[in-house]
Design a protein around this ligand. Structure first.
Ligand code: FES
Length: 572
């Protein structure tokens, strides 16, 4: 192989001091000259952090990637980027997804990296790394951290996130005490890995596999299973081959792979968060892919995977049943089978002959979990720019609903009043949350699946129609209209709704409306006073000044597109 073939030769193959400095300082890590003599340099982009428990094993996994890179004749160099841990970060990890993407993009471009392996796990780490790498467009493979082991508590299966909502309701209604909750906490999260429900992390890892950005079974192998280490090793070998063949990310992530991602999201009952992440990723790559594609492409897709939050099982069972290839095999006639993958085969070749080992977990087409697996995109006078609804997580009876609005001005107002025994609310009320969108909160947090009022929980109410410009955790459930665009903080119609207005949800017609005429809406708009942004300086200011709305994936306006990795100036 010729030194000049690789981008890293601009650093390591130069004569004089321009080559001496990068070679000498890199050799200080104990590398011999031949390791820097024309081999492809593979960056291993790692979101390991003790502040991100879901990703705490990724340093171990990186060692297996390195083994594969070395076996194939490359030189692996691991580098950290900012990590995003859902349970700890405030106000919301979504506010920092774009920041991490910038970290990834600029680190790749500024360094002698010929190909990159992305190590991600917890929800936003996956899209953040993909977006950053996409804006560089070099050969790229993702290795997900994998789901944690199933939770078990007193004979019950506990699913990450999903059962937190149920346990919280049982605690609030006196069915559990504090000691019970302590025991449940330990029983739910009992190994390394990401949430083992079909939440956002599992959705994104499965989508990454379906889009061909990872090797087969990336989406489902448990984090602590030795087969994930093998997948990491094979990914290390494969990225070297991709560099040698010049296979870049944009050759894998085409319009066809985005179409497959939408359909697989429906078939696995995936998270609504995939909507904003894939829109942002498409924007980086210049792929024509819009919000309405989610509805159009997902409309005839049944949900086949019986996993929490929509169903019964967890990721260990999904893996044992055959994982994403089986799901794709079952909906093969809806897929773009010629889409390329990092594996080197087409997706059609990978999924051909996939065998299902448990038809209760991955159901056959004749026996789906729900017929409407795809996400719905709603319009109407409340959401002229669109809104998202996950029918698989909703109560069928509420998908056609007319009810009186109960408005909360923001998440603090919601928390302060939702359990007020005097709250004027019944099961038909529509809960409306304002100022929780990309700019308003800011960061569009996962507060859209508002907790139900305590007094209704005590009456046995389990679901209500809820509407907001926020997102919802992939592990949550309910008849929840999300991502209302434009958001209330910039004067979207959601900001004009008042308690007592009549809201109509007509999912079949893909509409969500408030029964107010144009004159009344105009009168209220004239009186609307917008709040000042929360941040005056720093990254928060950058965020509120440049974040786009949900229908654009909540990416920054100045990050859309890609710049490749042009040669940079030498600064010494
Ligand atoms: Fe990290 Fe769910 S909290 S994946």
């Amino acid at each position: 192989m010729s030194k000049a073939r690789y981008r890293s030769a601009e650093w390591f193959a130069r004569e004089g001091k321009y080559g001496f400095l990068p070679r000498s300082w890199t050799k200080s890590q104990g590398f011999s000259s031949d390791l820097l003599d024309g081999r492809p340099i593979i960056g291993i982009c790692n979101t390991w952090s003790e502040l991100t428990s879901c990703n705490r094993h990724l340093r171990d996994l990186a060692e297996h990637v390195k083994r594969g890179v070395l076996m194939a004749g490359g030189l692996p160099l691991e580098f950290p980027v900012t990590s995003l841990g859902e349970p700890l970060m405030r106000p919301t990890t979504m506010m920092f997804r774009n920041l991490v993407s910038m970290d990834v993009e600029e680190t790749i471009r500024a360094n002698p990296i010929d190909g990159v392996v992305l190590l991600a796990g917890c929800d936003k780490t996956t899209p953040a790394l993909l977006m950053g790498a996409a804006s560089c467009d070099i050969p790229t493979i993702m290795v997900s951290g994998g789901p944690m082991l199933n939770g078990r508590f007193r004979g019950r299966k506990l699913g990450s996130g999903t059962d937190v909502f149920r346990l919280d309701e049982e605690y609030r209604t006196g069915q559990l005490d504090r000691a019970d909750l302590d025991a449940a906490e330990a029983a739910m999260s009992r190994s390394a890995g990401s949430c083992m429900t079909m939440g956002t992390a599992s959705t994104m890892a499965s989508i990454v596999e379906a889009m061909g950005m990872a090797l087969p079974m990336n989406g489902t192998i448990p984090a602590v299973d030795s087969r994930r280490a093998v997948l990491a090793q094979k990914s290390g070998t494969r990225i070297v081959e991709m560099v040698q063949a010049g296979i870049t990310m944009s050759q894998i992530l085409t319009r066809e792979s985005f179409e497959n991602a939408v359909r697989v999201t429906g078939a696995i009952g995936g998270s609504t968060n995939a909507v904003v992440h894939l829109l942002a990723l498409a924007g980086r790559l210049g792929v024509e892919f819009a919000l309405d594609d989610w509805d159009r492409l997902g409309r005839d897709i049944p949900c086949l995977v019986d996993l929490k939050p929509a169903g019964r099982f967890l990721m260990e069972e999904f893996f044992e049943a055959g994982g994403v290839p089986v799901v794709m095999n079952r909906i093969a006639d809806k897929l773009q089978l010629n889409a390329r993958t990092v594996d080197g085969r087409t997706i059609g070749e990978i999924i051909a002959g996939a065998v299902c080992y448990d038809d209760d977990v991955i159901r056959p087409l004749e026996r789906p979990l729900t017929h409407d697996g795809g996400l719905m995109i709603l319009r109407g006078n409340l959401a002229p720019g669109g809104a998202v609804l996950k029918p698989a997580a909703a109560s069928p009876a509420l998908l056609q609903h007319r009810g009186r609005a109960l408005v909360f001005k923001d998440a603090d107002d919601l928390r302060a009043r939702i359990d007020d025994p005097d709250l004027d609310v019944d099961a038909d009320t529509v809960l409306v949350l304002q100022n929780a969108g990309p700019r308003g909160y800011p960061g569009m947090p996962e507060v859209g699946s508002m907790a139900l009022p305590k007094k209704l929980l005590q009456q046995g109410v389990t679901d209500m129609v809820r509407i907001s410009d926020a997102r919802m955790s992939g592990t949550a459930f309910g008849t929840v209209v999300l991502h209302v665009t434009p958001e209330s903080a910039i004067g979207g119609p959601l900001a004009l709704v008042q308690t007592g207005d009549i809201i109509v949800l007509d999912a079949a017609a893909r509409r969500v409306d408030v029964e107010l005429d144009a004159a009344e809406l105009a009168r209220r708009r004239a009186e609307l006073v917008l709040r000042s942004p929360h941040y005056e300086r720093g990254y928060g200011r950058l965020f509120v000044d440049h974040v786009q709305q949900a229908d654009r994936g909540v990416d920054f306006d100045f990050l859309v597109g890609h710049s490749g990795t042009p040669p940079s100036k030498v600064s010494f």
